[in-house]
Design a protein around this ligand. Structure first.
Ligand code: NAI
Ligand code: MG
Length: 377
């Protein structure tokens, strides 16, 4: 998984839209301070490219990602399919182009099957829900309800097949094709094994005590059934790590009630998405949520927040999520010392509380935070 250090890195730099541009500028200040021997190569991605070229994730950016060690990604603006079509350049309209989220495409195209979201309450952060929270979420990143197999209007062949194969489908079988929609939740044994093993390997390598498998296997028996079953199988290979499991609904309640009971969480895509936002909020919200999309050959690091158009141009949002994402990138590259320097400096700035963006109750600007962190390195 983790890389070994290199003399020189190629990093794709994908600011995207809105505040994505501002927070990446901040992260660069900090990366420069640790002197990472890297070449940062800009990649076009985002809304402008959809409007001008009909593709928010152009082929040239895909090719760039094939030739780098890692990537930093800011954020992108996404709009529903109809609204997206309206903003296309006139010559591209009516050509049947369909807007698809670049980040979801990137995850699937490069098999970035792990979405890693550490959530740590740094001491002194006034936004912490409780002190000492330290939970790591492993979210499956390419399958499940996000597989993209969806039918807005249900084709007759599909309805006929489902009528033959599924008793519970009886109650839908007389509906007109456009009176219902189907989104498929597809979970493969291979994909499930990969994410669960990654979570256990992380726990083993980092002296974590417990892995909690999040599911809803009592109701969603087929797909979540597989997830839980494979969790139990793989856990046998790690006798020193406690296996725990919880239904997604109960999990949200227990996390709030007793976050200290949790250590590493592993979940299918949708539940992982939900639970990682909950965890992020417990340690300060979107300004602190960092994320890695990790595969065998490529990893893309990003803040979990979006492009926040209402703040774009003001340089007032919190860059800490992105700076911590850069720290995760260094960890993944095997640059442990540089990563540790960034984390230590960030923790110090949070603890001192002298420089804070609006979300933390201050009025300092995005780049002021980055400079304060860089000054401590
Ligand atoms: P958002 O995450 O962009 O912002 C929501 C609100 O959270 C902001 O208005 C702001 O109050 C706060 N916030 C976000 N980042 C912050 C930061 N670094 N520091 C302090 N406060 C922060 O979500 P929203 O407004 O729902 O979506 C805006 C656009 O971003 C949409 O087009 C959406 O599709 C897209 N989006 C993109 C994502 C990505 O690129 N991975 C993820 C989520 C949304
Ligand atoms: Mg999310």
């Amino acid at each position: 998984m983790k890389r070994t250090k290199k003399e020189h890195y190629k990093i794709a730099w994908l600011p995207g839209d809105g505040i994505g541009i501002e927070v990446l500028e901040a992260a660069k200040i900090v990366l420069d301070k640790v002197n990472l021997p890297a070449e940062y190569i800009h990649g076009d991605i985002g809304w402008d490219y959809w409007c001008k070229e009909g593709d928010a994730f152009p082929e040239r950016t895909i090719n760039l990602l094939k030739n780098v060690d890692a990537a930093m990604f800011g954020a992108i603006t996404s709009k529903p399919v109809k609204a997206a079509e309206e903003e296309l350049a006139p010559e591209l309209k009516g050509k049947g182009l369909i807007y698809r989220s670049p980040i979801v495409r990137m995850r699937q195209l490069f098999d970035l099957y792990i979405c890693l979201r550490p959530t740590k309450a740094y001491p002194g952060n006034p936004l912490n829900f409780r002190n000492d929270i330290d939970i790591v979420v492993y979210r499956e990143n390419t399958e499940d309800l996000y597989s993209g197999v969806e039918f807005n209007t249900v084709p007759d062949e599909l309805a006929e097949t489902l009528s033959k194969l599924s008793k519970p489908f009886d109650k839908f079988k007389n509906l007109k094709s456009n009176d219902y929609a189907i989104s498929c939740k597809i979970n493969t044994r291979k994909g499930t094994e990969k994410i669960i093993r990654a979570a256990f390997e992380f726990a083993k390598a980092n002296n974590r005590k417990k892995v909690t498998v999040v599911h809803k296997a009592n109701v969603v028996r087929a797909t979540d059934g597989i997830f839980l079953e494979i969790g139990k199988e793989i856990a046998k290979e790690y006798p020193n790590i406690i296996l725990d499991d919880a239904n997604i609904d109960a999990m949200t309640m227990w996390l709030l009630k007793n976050p200290y009971n949790y250590d590493v969480l592993v979940a299918p895509n949708l539940y992982g998405d939900i639970i990682s936002d909950l965890c992020a909020q417990m340690v300060g919200g979107l300004g602190f949520g960092c994320s890695g999309n990790i595969g065998e050959d490529l990893a893309v690091f990003e803040p979990t927040h979006g492009s926040a158009p209402k703040y774009f141009g003001q340089y007032k949002v919190n860059p800490i999520a992105t700076i911590l994402a850069a720290k995760m990138m260094l960890d993944w590259l095997g640059e442990d010392e540089r990563a540790a320097k960034i984390e230590k400096a960030t923790a110090e700035v949070i603890k001192e509380g002298k420089v804070r963006t609006y979300d933390m109750g201050g009025d300092d600007k995005t780049l002021d935070i980055a400079k304060a962190i860089a000054d401590k390195i």
